[in-house]
Design a protein around this ligand. Sequence first.
Ligand SMILES: [Zn+2]
Length: 448
Amino acid sequence: MAADRSAIEAETVALLQALIRFNTTNPPGNELPLASFLQGIFAKEGIATTMLLPTPSRAALIARLRGNGKARPVMLLAHMDVVGVEAEKWSCDPFGGIIRDGYVYGRGAIDDKGMLAANAMAMLQVKREVIDKGGELDRDVVFVATSDEEAGGADGMRWLVENHPEHLDAEFAMNEGGRTRIIEGGKRYLAIQTAEKISHQVTMTARGPAGHAAIPLQGNAVFQLGRALALLADYREPVTLTSTTTRFFAELSNVWPVADVAEAMKKVVSSDAATSGAGAEVLSRIPVFNAVMRNGISPVALSGGVAGNVIPAEVSATLNVRTIPGHKIEDVAERIRQCAGSESLTVSITSHGQEAPGSDPHSAMFESIALSAKSLDPAIAVVPYLSTGGTDSAHLRRLGINAYGILPFPMEQPDEERMHGHDERVPVASLHFGTRLIFESVRRVAGA
Ligand SMILES: [Zn+2]
């Protein structure tokens, strides 16, 4: 068994290194050569694949292990594209896939080629250890690798959903979007993303009298917008705890290493309003906890002005607003309007995000992931998680699939923050933990 494991581990590392060496920086992506490489690996093992081409150089690769049909399929999803690099700020070649000090380095090591490699290894292991040994799966296990996730998915998941939904039939999916975090003192927690905040764009426009800058005017649109933004800077949306965030804080409080924060987590889920409010106040000081508790408003761009000597008639600010599922952006926009408090100011929703339901945090898939994680690390805390960022899982949830986001590689926060940054890397030991977690979760949920 130990010998088997070391062979699997060597194969996993070599696979991730190979995936990193395909430069799939998006744009342009150029994911087809990587997809063909993976297709070759599956073909050698006798696993059926389908290759779909949204454009001549991009691909979606689907591989399927057939089950007996007792239950609907489980999908393993990962994207093949990566974000760009500033190569001069890296200490090594971002596309070299080198190993140093117990880490695999490279763009995509944690977003999302690590999971792509782990998913592919899970497929190979299910084939070798279950099917080839005469075992049976209660459901199909479907591997899906997409293009274009980092640039919105028009040539990726969105294209698949619109053109080939027949490949996406599944009861459950595992995707990126969660966290396996090593916290102070070495304790770990696995945050399984079951829902995500929805991203919208709101534009705030101030209008005033135009004229020559030599004659200062009352009601200058720039001053008006500035005042409105200053008011907004002090405004916070009310705290809203969903069933996911309630369970998140309740369970995380048991392992959180900082005593006053752990105490605040216990308080915030209290049914007593004053106690809950006191807890929320403490948690609000930590940006990520603040963001999971309330709708978020972030000004991201300003526009206006025509020349150095002209008072413009109109200036505007773009706000990125992220709503908690169940909240209407129209209501938030109305509160922004009231907060700004000026009649010559308009607030309009310029991009409306699409609502997606949450995934069931009590399903067989959630339980399989939780049990598998605890079999690998009995002390790990497993919590459902509302993510502040968006993933392709929203597309799947709108199709009725219970999608779960995991980043299955245990990491300390500074390593996790290298995602989209410089010297992105995954600890080799964590790569192996994640690969086993995915394989064990799939084997459990497929009844093998
Ligand atoms: Zn990603």
